[in-house]
Design a protein around this ligand. Sequence first.
Ligand code: 3H9
Length: 681
Amino acid sequence: MTNSNPSPITTQVRDGILIVTSNNPPVNALGAAVRQGLAAAIDQLEGDDELKAAVIRCDGRTFFAGADITEFGKPPVEPMLPAVVDKIEASRKPVVAAIHGTALGGGLEVALGCHYRVAVPSAKLGVPEVKLGLLPGAGGTQRLPRVAGIEAAAEMCATGNPVSAKKAAEVGLVDKLAAEDSLLEDALGFAKSMVGTEPRRSREMPVHGDPAFIQTFATDNAKRFRGFDAPAANLRCVQAAVELPFDEGIRFERQEFMKLMMGTQSAAQRHIFFAERQAAKIDGIPEDIQLRPIKKVGVIGAGTMGGGISMNFLQAGIPVTIVEAAQENLDRGTGLIRKNYDASAAKGRFKPEQVDQMMGLLTPTLELEALADCDLIIEAIFENMDVKKEMFTRLDKIAKPGAILASNTSYLDVNEIAAVTSRPQDVLGMHFFSPANVMKLLEVVRGDKTAPDVLATAMAIAKKIGKVAVVAGVCDGFIGNRMLKPRQVEAMKLLMEGATPEQIDKVHVDFGMPMGPFQMSDLAGVDIGWHRDPNRIENVRDALCAKGRWGQKTGKGFYDYDEKRRPTPSAEVQAILDEFAAKSGTAKREISDEEIVERTLYPMVNEGALILEEGVAQRASDIDVVWIYGYGWPVYRGGPMFWGDIEGNDKIVAGLEKHGFEVAKLLKEKAEKKERFTRPV
Ligand code: 3H9
């Protein structure tokens, strides 16, 4: 009889050592079958006198990458992970973890349940639960301070950042570094050397290190942890490891874990984990579609955007030809790229020779014809339709057949741009966010005629250069900037009615945004898109610009700035606002913070619903990804559509109607049917 559902855990015996192997692609997540298999393997080890020790290892690309996140929120299936880890640890015979790839979360907790850890130098070890709004809930917060010390444990738990195997060896988390190509042999050798000895159990080790570090670390990172529940909970658990006996510490960890697991922050963060991966998938295009090879990239424009865009490709080892119209601009652009790289090298992000290598991949030129051998050409010139059309007309004559032609436009109609070429199927938008070498978001704009393989290639190259890419349809502002618009419009109206820039910005910052609408205007430049005629004053922005209030760059905008760019409220701005309010007959009144939320954030959910109705975004979670990675929406609120679901779509509709907004049909439907936009996690 064949078993249709074989266990992902298999065992074999070599020289009296039990080799326990997990094969659960893609990342050996610790789902129920894996946990059952591991528990059974320990029973086998304990029950057979011929067996002297065990090695736990994984097939495929990685050691266990953690608990199976898809099981969260579903009814629990025994044995639970903490019990499996305890069982491994309780074994009377030595158990060795053989680690390659990434030992993450529950995966590292399994390794901590093992008595010893052997890892290849390329392996990474970490507890990223905090990034899912959680903490290592299978004993990780109690075992790590014992094995690796308080400092390493606090940092690893609270930031979620993994450490290299080398660093892990330095702090005692790894007992032996194996050769890259003989992990199993080295782990077996290690296990043999331990045969007959009493296993070293993590729970029995004393916590070591400086307990004062925990508070210092929390204080030093207060800004980074602002708004998040999980980092503090992680640190409380490490503190408990210092103060409580092991079993009590474990009980404390469990309580804290359950609180986080039940909360909306973790749900939001898990939503974003899956949303980010889902965003890479293009509806209706097979995942194995043949991609166009991208060996060389052309960038037109060496300004801030063009330079930043180029840096992404250079860092990925892809040669870039960068074109400018004037030598002076070309020199300034390439000089800035070098300066940025040197600054990163000074911070230790690159070695100086890497900077030279990357700069060696860059070919600056004044000749558009030099782009003839490029596989992907990204235009990053002035945001004006006529200028772009002229450029694409020229490009059409120069680019080789099959080359992908992309525009970095942030608002304009990609179809109109594509229509001036003889190959609209090869044209799309690639909207990078500034600074383009730093911001993770890329909106890939699909024109009506964009070929499926062109779209898929753009999404694949985005991944290669470390971006999170989202497919958007053609419309004014695509997904992100389109949703920004109603927020900005409403924020301006609120100023007229009596709110101050400080109040509105504070509501947004308290919500978790990195800055509010007016702080953002001042940073980006109040003068963006201004007609530059100081005598034509039609609105508040014109009035501000006419008075040289262009934002931080001129030392004043919606706020006044001192030489350290610290903002203070401006009497001049208030006078301008009062004047406009009086002229329009708007009566000033007290505006509540709640009204600011209802009028600046609810319309974003409404616009998101319209975007979905029109098919501009493939799915609600893509909208959330755009706002998290492009605009700093707080990840613990899961993006505007997830947030709307938590807030309640009926409440959003009622709020919008109260303030006289026209409500999107889809949003009304969701509210009436009590449905969500995003899947519950
Ligand atoms: C935990 O352990 C809690 C415990 O402390 C307490 C328990 C009591 N589960 O990222 P990729 C899927 S919390 C289920 O594209 P890469 C992923 O969705 C967990 N599925 O690959 C994707 O699916 P699809 C702590 C998972 O090579 C596919 O695998 N651990 C899990 O770029 C490939 O993923 C973590 O937070 C999972 N745990 O990166 C680690 N992980 O193909 C989370 C991945 O259908 N994982 N999938 O879209 C990672 O950081 C990365 O996946 C990893 C590989 C670095 C491992």
